[in-house]
Ligand binder design. Structure first.
Ligand SMILES: [Zn+2]
Length: 170
């Protein structure tokens, strides 16, 4: 859920200083969207509204990518094969020895990381991310950028958010 009325939004937003633009649609219908450094959007009265707000804010504020890959909303070929995604929480794992969040992977954790209960809460590189079941990897089995439920950000997403907060405040 996004808008084509960018000029109207900018005219309205220009009336008050702000750091972030968040659009909340007065609807029960599920939907949301977030674009890095532009705005995030969500619904006001849906069972998933709290999740949508937080998830989309992750996109717009910290540039986080979608970690899910099984949604009906899919963007085929959004991530060209053989290129590393720019988002801090998705990797094409072109070099297993240099994962972009490798400093958060504990020694002994296999990379790629098996998607099983033995690796339920560790940081690794789990296949399936960025709308693709193959060839893209996410940091943890679960994260609010992965599951449609209110839950924590994984440590990699959390760090990306903290880095953005530091960027704006230090
Ligand atoms: Zn995450």
């Amino acid at each position: 859920m996004l808008t084509f009325s960018n000029k109207v939004i900018r005219d309205v937003v220009g009336n008050a200083p702000c750091d972030a633009v968040i659009l909340i649609a007065n609807t029960k219908r599920y939907g949301g969207g977030g674009i890095f450094n532009l705005y995030s959007a969500g619904c006001s009265n849906n069972e998933f509204d709290a999740y949508v707000f937080t998830h989309e804010f992750g996109h717009s504020f910290a540039g986080l990518g979608d970690e899910y890959y099984s949604s009906q909303v899919a963007y085929n070929d959004l991530y060209p094969k053989g290129m590393e995604p720019w988002e801090p929480n998705i990797t094409a794992l072109l070099d297993t020895a240099k994962v972009k969040w490798g400093d958060l992977i504990l020694e002994g954790t296999p990379v790629p990381t098996p998607d099983d209960s033995a690796h339920g809460v560790v940081v690794g590189a789990f296949e399936g991310a960025g709308y693709s079941a193959k060839g893209l990897y996410r940091p943890c089995r679960d994260c609010i950028m992965f599951s449609k439920k209110v839950g924590p950000f994984c440590p990699v997403c959390r760090r990306a958010i903290e880095r953005m907060i530091d960027y704006y405040t230090k």
